[in-house]
Design a protein around this ligand. Structure first.
Ligand code: PHE
Length: 332
């Protein structure tokens, strides 16, 4: 038995095989165990002799098995270390990191300028009430922007906001003047996508309401803003315009940051680019929000973030901003 056992133990190199041998010889029904169990049947003279030999053999097999197990453990450990060896001289794997989207960069820049002037950032939902998006903003019932062909309606009371101006309404209803906020966010209009139109786009709205707020402050604020955004020498021009929620209203043009007003591809040869809508808050809008227009006045402005990003980075197709092609995004 001993010779057989030692031969077998020598032959095998795996933990589970050695364990099987242990059971075969030393287990409850193992060969050695059986001999020791049968001792009772032996005569009194035989018993000590056989018992001694059997115990010795058991001891030797036990030792051989535990030695073998130790040996296997060391071999396995060495193999594992070999497999996990790390060559620190190998070239590293390049990790691709993301970048801020040009629209986010533009948003951050505009927010940074206005928060520096004391504006707080306000937000509103993209799903708005028809009341906040149109009625409270003094839009006549037959205003063309209310058309089904211009606006995404969810039902007769809800829509995807077409502008960030409803945040003006939410702010004035929930806070008392003085109010000084900007509201960045996504807007939606029923437009066929092409190089200059996207059904989803971004605006940043501004609103100031206080006692004795004048149009001179509106002009000064926007002038300071464009100088920070496009450069110290940028000039502004206010052109009369019409918005339902402001009176008087204006569109604001700036001298082209690229050709400095001489005419180039960015400003289409005109020397000026239009970047803002603005005006003095209409008394009806203040009234709709429970603010007395005899006591308070205000100004508001709104700009298309995508449009400004396109101008600044000279991007000629708005769709590029929403395709998320890394070859495009990595350029900014
Ligand atoms: N909401 C207007 C637009 O989408 C922009 C605007 C905002 C104009 C605030 C005046 C005042 O065209």
């Amino acid at each position: 038995i001993k010779e057989n056992a030692l031969k077998e133990i020598n032959k095998y190199e795996k933990m589970d095989e050695i364990e099987k041998l242990r059971v075969k010889y030393l287990g409850k029904k193992g060969e050695i165990t059986n001999i020791l169990k049968g001792m009772g049947k032996l005569s009194a003279e035989e018993r000590p002799v056989i018992g001694k030999v059997a115990n010795e053999v058991r001891g030797e097999i036990e030792k051989a098995i535990s030695d073998k197990k130790e040996e296997i453990k060391i071999i396995e450990k060495n193999e594992k270390l070999k497999a996990e060896v790390l060559d620190v001289t190998m070239p590293g794997k390049k990790i691709k990191i993301g970048k801020k989207h040009p629209i986010t960069q533009m948003m951050d820049e505009v927010k940074y300028i206005f928060t520096g002037m004391g504006f707080k950032v306000a937000e509103g939902p993209e799903i708005e009430t028809v009341f906040n998006n149109f009625d409270a903003l003094n839009a006549p019932k037959n205003h063309p922007s209310r058309d089904m062909s211009d606006t995404f309606y969810i039902d007769e009371n809800l829509l995807l906001r077409t502008q960030t101006s409803p945040v003006q309404i939410r702010t004035m209803k929930s806070a008392k003047p003085p109010i000084k906020i900007i509201a960045p966010g996504r807007c939606f209009r029923f437009d066929e996508p092409d190089a200059t139109h996207s059904p989803m786009f971004h605006q940043i709205e501004g609103l100031v309401v206080d006692k004795n707020v004048t149009m001179a402050e509106l002009k000064g604020t926007l002038d300071a803003f464009v100088k920070q955004l496009f450069g110290e020498n940028t000039k502004t021009k206010f052109r009369p315009h019409n918005f339902p929620f402001t009176e008087p209203s204006a569109e604001v043009d700036v001298t082209c940051f690229k050709c400095k007003g001489k005419g180039c591809s960015v400003c289409k040869g005109e020397g000026w680019i239009e970047i803002l809508g603005a005006g003095m808050v209409h008394p009806n809008v203040l009234k709709n929000c429970g603010i007395d227009p005899e006591e308070y006045s205000g100004f508001a402005f709104g700009m298309g973030v995508d449009r400004i990003a396109m101008l600044k980075y000279e991007i000629d197709d708005i769709r590029l901003l929403f395709e998320n092609d890394m070859r495009f995004l990595n350029q900014f």
